[in-house]
Design a protein around this ligand. Structure first.
Ligand code: AMP
Length: 295
């Protein structure tokens, strides 16, 4: 596996892969890699001739007072994981390589970024889309793998790719969970034992509400209320948001005019435990032949 830190090195590697007729599979990450990231690498490995992972804690997607400084960094362990997954190249640039002081351009996706996490993290998605667009342009055409755990990020990136006609197929992969249901996240390492235990309320609440939908509940407000109440039943959980949205447009289904749940519905939550902010979601497709759950 090649470990590189410069844009020109990535261009050289992917340029050769393109010349050889290989599909470039790319997995952008912020490192502190876990089995969720590994699942994206496995998907890329099974579909592409040249597989690359980027590890870059992107300062532009963190707001003031957010956890940029304390975000876990573990490059040596990340390298070992990428090697074990047969990744061909790892791109771990310094901030100055991706964002020289002279940089002045931002990629902004409107609408989709102004809801859910966008409400409490203004500017976050501009940081995401700008760095992802740059990474896509550095890698050239190919396939890029994203986790459904970050459902809003996925929707925003898909929109950007479509709007900018980027030659990238965006592939979404299922959320990988711990045995007790907690979605894997690099941020889980920041939870105390007590917070870690309390955080299991998130998957339990999502599952319980999905069960209610499968059992016939179709009121978006009842669903949101149930989810909120379950999360709030955990004393140390600080609920930031609970939303029921159209999975494609991210439009709230709780807002007027309220109509029965139908189509592709996303339940999305953000909950703080101490200084750690966790997000999770589940989706359900409600069609005539009954709901189909993705958790
Ligand atoms: P991050 O390093 O947190 O920026 O995540 C990099 C990529 O891994 C994103 O596409 C995430 O959605 C994905 N990812 C993170 N956690 C998980 C998980 N538990 N299951 C599947 N994909 C994940």
């Amino acid at each position: 596996m090649k470990v590189v830190t410069t844009i020109s090195d990535v261009r050289a590697i992917t340029g050769l892969a393109h010349k050889a007729g290989e599909t470039v599979g790319f997995v952008p990450t912020m490192g502190a890699l876990h089995d969720g990231h590994r699942s994206l690498m496995k998907a890329a490995r099974s579909e592409c001739g040249s597989v690359g992972v980027s590890v870059f804690v992107n300062p532009t997607q963190f707001g003031p007072g957010e956890d940029f400084d304390t975000y876990p960094r573990a490059l040596a362990a990340d390298e070992a994981i990428c090697k074990a997954e047969n990744v061909d190249w790892l791109f771990a640039p310094p901030v100055s390589e991706m964002f020289p002081d002279s940089a002045r351009t931002t990629v902004h996706v409107s609408g989709l970024t102004e809801v859910l996490c966008g409400l409490t993290r203004p500017g976050h998605f501009d940081g995401v889309t700008t760095v992802v667009a740059k990474l896509f342009l550095i890698c050239g055409s190919g396939r890029a793998y994203f986790g459904r755990k970050d459902a809003q990020q996925l929707a925003v990136v898909r929109q950007m790719v479509k709007d900018l006609n980027l030659p990238i197929a965006v592939i979404d992969c299922p959320t990988v969970r711990e045995k007790d249901g907690l979605a894997m996240s690099s941020r889980n390492a920041g939870l105390s034992a007590n917070e870690r235990q309390a955080a299991t309320v998130i998957p339990r609440a999502l599952r319980q509400v999905l069960d209610q939908i499968v059992a016939g509940e179709r009121s978006p407000r009842a669903v949101a209320k149930m989810l909120t109440e379950m999360l709030a039943s955990e004393p140390i959980a600080q609920v930031e948001y609970v939303e029921v949205v159209d999975a494609d447009t991210l439009t709230s289904l709780i807002c007027e005019p309220v109509s029965p749940l139908t189509g592709n519905v996303l339940l999305a939550v953000a909950v703080r435990f101490g200084s750690v902010r966790l997000i999770d979601n589940a989706s359900v497709v409600i069609e005539n032949n009954g709901p189909e759950v993705v958790y």
